[in-house]
Design a protein around this ligand. Structure first.
Ligand code: FE2
Length: 227
């Protein structure tokens, strides 16, 4: 993706988030220079990979296959291993109408995906077969706001604003907005996007950025090279 397009998506996404009255933490507004000047004091942001994350999954067609994310908090893998401490993470995301976050599962992370407003959030679901691959025949049962719901293999769960689903490790899922854009919350166990996204197709988690203008904000994936 061109940096100019990333900047445009970022501005539009921030405005969409604001339109629901959701207020982002202070570091959301920091410029790349702000972050560089604070680099000695922001290890808690950089190391936990908090902040902006815009991806087209390397496919170059963001409107059809992509996701807009902001990680607001994220715990520590070491705490997760010990079973106590900061075991949790939170993101706010946007799925635009018919913009698919492609089929994937997590080996470690359990996540609640929450429709925070906008359109209907569609989530396509499959169970894992014993070998971990997609089970194309077994039905899937997932908790949704305290109530267990069942879908056939490849069935689509439709969540209205306010509704949520709990996806445990191993549940394959893809999601998109239906007819309208959707603001999505994610509350999860510790998040590691470098290692814990297993995609059904061989695709990348992060975009390659072509630098055609200065970044408006740094993406999480920029931190290793820009800071
Ligand atoms: Fe996921």
């Amino acid at each position: 993706m061109k940096r100019s397009r990333v900047n445009e998506i970022l501005r539009e996404g921030a405005e969409f988030i604001r339109s629901f009255g959701y207020v982002l933490p202070p570091f959301a507004d920091w410029t790349p220079d702000d972050m560089k000047h604070r680099s000695g004091a922001i290890g808690g942001i950089v190391d936990a990979r908090l902040g902006w994350d815009i991806t087209d999954y390397g496919a170059g067609d963001f409107a059809r296959r992509g996701l807009f994310l902001f990680t607001a908090r994220n715990g520590a893998v070491e705490d997760l291993k010990q079973g106590r401490g900061m075991l949790y993470a939170e993101k706010i995301m946007i799925s635009r109408r018919d913009q698919v976050a492609p089929m994937h599962k997590h080996a470690v992370k359990a996540e609640d995906i929450i429709n925070r407003g906008g359109g209907i959030l569609c989530i396509e679901l499959f169970a894992s077969a014993p070998d971990g691959e997609i089970d194309r025949t077994a039905p899937v049962t997932v908790p949704t706001d305290g109530i267990r719901r069942h879908v056939d293999a490849g069935g689509i769960l439709r969540l209205a604003p306010g509704e949520s689903v709990t996806l445990l490790p191993g549940v394959w899922h893809a999601f998109w907005g239906e007819e309208q854009d959707v603001l999505i919350g994610e509350v999860s166990t510790v998040n590691d996007d470098l290692t814990d996204n297993i995609f059904a197709d061989p695709i990348a988690r992060f975009s390659q950025i072509e630098e055609d203008e200065a970044p408006h904000r740094l993406l999480v994936s920029d931190y290793p090279t820009w800071l």
